[in-house]
Design a protein around this ligand. Sequence first.
Ligand SMILES: [Zn+2]
Length: 109
Amino acid sequence: MCDEKGNAFHDSESEDVGDVADVFDLYTACNGEVLDGVLNVRKLDELSEEEREVLDVPRLKELAAHVVSGCAHCQSIVYTLNRARLELRMIVEESRIRQPQPVGANRAD
Ligand SMILES: [Zn+2]
């Protein structure tokens, strides 16, 4: 299966930055939910009316279909975003643990 649609998103190899921005929009619209390494694009159907007004949903859906069709380039962007997100979450949680508890709040014993 090698249809024309597949490459429409990557006409030029020099437009990597645009790709990342587009996939980032899709990633955030999907709440960053990744199942088995694949972005959960069904989240696009769960967007609220307000979110739909802000986002270009038809365009995101088009991109989503392209990403889940197995484009290695876009998958690697999703992978990178997901990894960064997980790392960021770990850093935040670590900083919370390290923060001194306020005196008198929830003492262990
Ligand atoms: Zn792609």
